[in-house]
Design a protein around this ligand. Structure first.
Ligand code: ZN
Ligand code: ZN
Length: 590
């Protein structure tokens, strides 16, 4: 079993500043973590960061750190109530040799002290006793280095001759963490992490020779380790897959329910007329495409949509998610997955707007019957700054539109007739897909291996390409408070397996109704559409009230499909945590 720890970039920066702030004494912080249980990996996901100020300590010196008992109790209580795993961070003091500090990956060395071992073993046993076998993590940082471990405690009952339990014996054991992920694909390997070198492939070395000359072997190795999940393998998704495959990504999860049609051939990378005639799934075309540059690529091609639990299980095991679809519902689902499991996400999309020109007579500018004017040709990508903003609070995903798209077919047809959802195929052209895909691949490259000069604007989080003006614009996003998805208080940030994902297909609890007036002048006679209703003949003046997932108009209301995330159910979370810890085929898992 591999153990890893994931943070958002924001949390990593906050911890970095706190732990390195005053280097004359040891500093401490506590993170509370959700969990992502994978086949052979347990990922701890930092949700809460608690920075401990000087008055939280009974002793705080250069060699000793002891929390006040009431602070310790507060932290235990908070972890217990929220069903989260506690991971303690502390620094070993000393002069700073270089900056950026210990959370950045540059060589150095730090080790847990004998005192750390002793205190942490006792703490691990106490927490395992109090929270029924829950593990306890710890991280030590110093200048230029980090070490990290997870304490797993086995317990055994000791019985007397009469068969009664005399005592419970706890045996905590420290397991090294393989990696600490600091958001945006940055990673630190702890000093005692077991080595897991990627096998060397001489053929691939030759393939990437020309880029290694500029960006180095470490960049190439890191790309080779990443599992990339792409949702949507249309023109844009297939172009991005082809770019990333050539760049060196070799582990894939591809998700798209559609098959190739003749109308896709103007832009779908590597698709043929035979594919369209044979109705070949788009994910199989993309799989062939990535294997052209690496025949040994590991590809999980799922001909389904992102709402399918099987796809969600495969996607939560990825290191990077890409959503390149043309609808809000799938973007909303990918965004939720990224936020809940702290997986870096890239959304890419485009828009071509056309307007029918009014027919003649007169002014020379007007077109003939049926002539169109192109009003917009633009593309964009966005990489949410998890912990600060996500696609939903940035307005890139519209939960109301998503709700309409997810409505049952009959309701969607009503919405289409009234112009709330577009039923006609959107215009698309290959060079727009290709440009956006190349821009997005550039940014992914820069995340894996920052090649732009450090400082402002190093990462382009939201980039818009306007093909009408031939302009690139980098947009800023203002973080919004209280996002129902990504807020650390009310959202699902870092909860991982501790919170169920919404069942988008069933749509159990719909927070509010949308009122659609066919005639605004007469909007009193409301008709509620029952479940499984047939398409109504909408008479003039009739108003339809559709039950759909939309943002609630009340302050603090949320537009998510399952609005119960505000109420942490400790018992349910504790059960899910146990399931996550117990699950899987690994018999060594305690
Ligand atoms: Zn220490
Ligand atoms: Zn958000």
């Amino acid at each position: 079993m591999d153990y890893t720890l994931s943070l958002t970039r924001h949390a990593a920066e906050v911890l970095d500043a706190h732990l390195l702030g005053d280097r004359s004494r040891e500093q401490m912080a506590v993170t509370l973590c959700g969990v992502n249980r994978l086949h052979r990996e347990l990922r701890l996901l930092v949700r809460d960061v608690i920075l401990l100020p000087p008055d939280a300590f009974r002793h705080q010196t250069a060699v000793r750190l002891e929390l006040k008992p009431e602070v310790q109790a507060f932290i235990h209580q908070r972890a217990h109530e929220q069903g989260l795993i506690q991971v303690d961070w502390h620094s070993h003091p000393g002069p700073l040799r270089s900056h950026p500090g210990p959370l950045s990956s540059h060589p150095g060395s730090v080790a847990f002290s004998a005192t750390d071992d002793e205190h942490e073993a006792a703490q691990a046993a106490y927490l395992a006793h109090r929270m029924e076998g829950v593990p306890f993590g710890s991280v030590v940082v110093s200048d230029g280095a980090m070490d990290a471990r997870l304490w797993i405690t086995r317990s055994r009952q000791r019985k007397g001759k009469d068969g009664r339990v005399r005592a419970v014996v706890y045996r905590p054991e420290a397991q090294p963490l393989q990696a600490v992920l600091l958001g945006d694909l940055r990673r630190v390997i702890p000093t005692t992490a077991p080595g897991g070198a990627v096998p060397h492939d001489p053929a691939l070395s030759a393939v990437h020779d020309r880029q290694v000359r500029a960006f180095g072997q470490a960049f190439q190795r890191r790309l080779g380790e990443l599992r990339v999940g792409i949702v949507g393998l249309g023109g844009l998704g297939s172009a991005l897959a082809a770019h990333l495959a050539r760049l060196g990504v070799r582990d894939w999860v591809l998700v798209d329910p559609e098959v190739v049609e003749l109308t896709n051939l103007n832009r779908l990378v590597n698709a043929t007329v035979t594919d369209a005639q044979g109705e070949r799934p788009k994910v199989y075309v993309a799989r062939s495409s990535v294997r052209q540059s690496n025949p040994n690529a590991s590809v999980r091609a799922l001909q389904t949509d992102v709402f399918d639990p099987e796809a969600q299980r495969a996607l939560k095991a990825c290191d990077l998610l890409v959503v390149a679809t043309d609808n809000h519902a799938s973007r909303m689902a990918a965004n939720r997955l990224a936020v809940q499991y702290l997986i870096p996400l890239l959304h890419a999309g485009f828009h071509i707007g056309v307007e029918a020109l009014p027919p003649s007579p007169s002014p020379a500018r007007q077109g003939k019957d049926g002539e169109m004017a192109v009003t917009d040709v633009s593309g964009e990508f966005a990489i949410p700054d998890l912990g600060r903003w996500c696609l939903q609070c940035a307005g890139i995903v519209d939960p109301q539109q998503a709700g309409w798209e997810l409505a049952p077919a009959a309701q969607r047809e009503v919405l289409r007739q009234r112009g709330y959802v577009d039923g006609t195929p959107a215009p698309a052209v290959c060079h727009l897909d290709g440009t956006v895909a190349a821009l997005a691949a550039t940014e992914i490259h820069n995340l894996v291996h920052p090649f732009r000069p450090a400082g402002n604007g190093q990462t382009r989080r939201y980039l818009v390409y306007d093909a009408l003006r031939a302009e690139l614009t980098s947009l800023g996003v203002t973080p919004s408070d209280g996002c129902p998805v990504c807020s650390p208080e009310d959202g699902v940030l870092g909860l991982g397996d501790l919170e169920p994902l919404p069942d988008y297909r069933r749509k159990p609890q719909l927070p509010s109704a949308v009122r659609l007036a066919t005639d605004a002048a007469d909007s009193r006679a409301a008709t509620r559409l029952p479940r499984g209703h047939r398409e109504p003949e909408a008479a003039a003046g009739e108003e339809l009230a559709l039950q759909l997932a939309t943002p609630s108009p009340q302050p603090g209301g949320n537009g998510e499909l399952v609005p119960d995330v505000r109420l942490p159910n400790r018992r349910a979370r504790a059960q899910r945590l146990q399931v996550a810890l117990d699950a899987g085929p690994d018999p060594d898992w305690p």
